[in-house]
Design a protein around this ligand. Sequence first.
Ligand code: NAG
Length: 294
Amino acid sequence: MRFSTSTVLALVSACGVLASPIEKRQAAAIDDTTILNYALTLEHLENAFYKGALEQFDAAAFASAGFPPWVRERFAQISEHESSHVALLAGALGDVAVQPCTYKFPYTDPKSFAALSAILENVGVSAYLGAAASIMDKEYLTVAGSILTTESRHQAWVSSAVNKNEGWSGPYDTPVGFNVVYSAAAAFITGCPSTNTALPFKAFPALTYDAATGAVTGASDGQYIALYQGLNVATYPIQGGKVMLPTTQGTAYLTATSEKNATLVGDANIVAGPAIVINHFKAEASNPAPSFAY
Ligand SMILES: *[C@@H]1O[C@H](CO)[C@@H](O)[C@H](O)[C@H]1NC(C)=O
């Protein structure tokens, strides 16, 4: 499983006050229609993800995976939410709305589906958060915020009530830029209708990171791994095909970049990614904002 993000964030270091959560190095201004189609692209994916799993795994399959009946029932509610998000965005876009693509998700049973659900919802939250600053129309911003908080509830429920892990990564969620999210989504897309409007985003080559050894593929010595967690970004050098990262909590994203200065990491210098790092942490653990320097 790989994922990651490519956001560029700047924090005022002295007191950790956020200077600007906006990705400054987007190639060009992205118009609202494009952002709505980007959101719709992700919602189509999520909609297909839940519909497909619920078709494939009936109540008995969830029961034999060890889940009580309410787990599948709540997933059915989430599936309805995603359908509604699709209908709302498609309705707003009218004729220019992108149509669903075809997808391939690597789940094989309700357990692996629930694990992937937590990851996809995390990426959804990061996507809306990363796009927020680019939305021009304030009314769209409210709609996007309403979807964002709902996806965040999904993520927290799946992660904690179903998967028995933490319901959050820390005090701040992680904004992720368009291309990094697009790269993560592309891993599940097998084809799209040729009539769909092409979005002005690109998928970066794959990046993998082995947490046990630090081994990296998709990037090489002389390049850096950018680690995004909450509102922080930090870079770490790749040496001997490996990178030494600090211990993170919950979900963090990685990209590979040619840029050492974390405040400059962005589309112009990202060479691969995203990869996703998940470190579950115990209820009794301290869970402050990540303090790694950059
Ligand atoms: C990183 O880039 C920022 C923005 O250009 C700059 O202000 C800062 O001095 C740079 N930091 C280093 C260590 O070069």
